[in-house]
Write a protein that binds this ligand. Structure first.
Ligand SMILES: [Zn+2]
Length: 127
């Protein structure tokens, strides 16, 4: 029994540390990191302004699914887009993941094909 306890103590300590890290991450996500807190505020404002619908596919946001609301940077941060309210829209997680750092006009054109809603891609790359 003592041997068992000694063997499992590091495992339990590791599990406890994992839980602590998860809790810290949650806290960070929700309140204490200014950038994330600001984006959460933007998301609430954008959701209201957009009538609780995705800026790209128009679906109604649904928590806990791939239709949950996320902040999308219209000009992706990776493309030098600014982290400002004006450069953001509320998009469902699915559209956000499909778009990644794609040009917004191309994404709007290709989204139905990328999401599997239509079978064939548009004929031309540019609108
Ligand atoms: Zn969408």
């Amino acid at each position: 029994m003592l041997v068992d306890a000694a063997l499992h103590a590091p495992v339990r300590a590791h599990a406890r540390r994992e839980r602590e890290m998860e809790a810290a991450w949650e806290a960070r996500d929700h309140a204490t990191t200014p950038i994330l807190a600001r984006r959460r505020r933007w998301l609430q404002e954008m959701r209201a302004a957009q009538g609780e619908r995705c800026a790209y596919c128009g679906c109604t946001f649904e928590a806990g699914t791939d239709r949950r609301a996320t902040v999308d940077h219209v000009v992706a941060l990776a493309r030098g887009g600014p982290d400002t309210r004006e450069n953001c829209v509320a998009a469902c997680q699915r559209c956000n993941e499909l778009k990644r750092d794609m040009d917004v006009d191309l994404f709007r054109k290709y989204r139905p094909w990328m999401s599997g809603e239509v079978r064939s891609p548009p004929d031309r790359l540019k609108p």
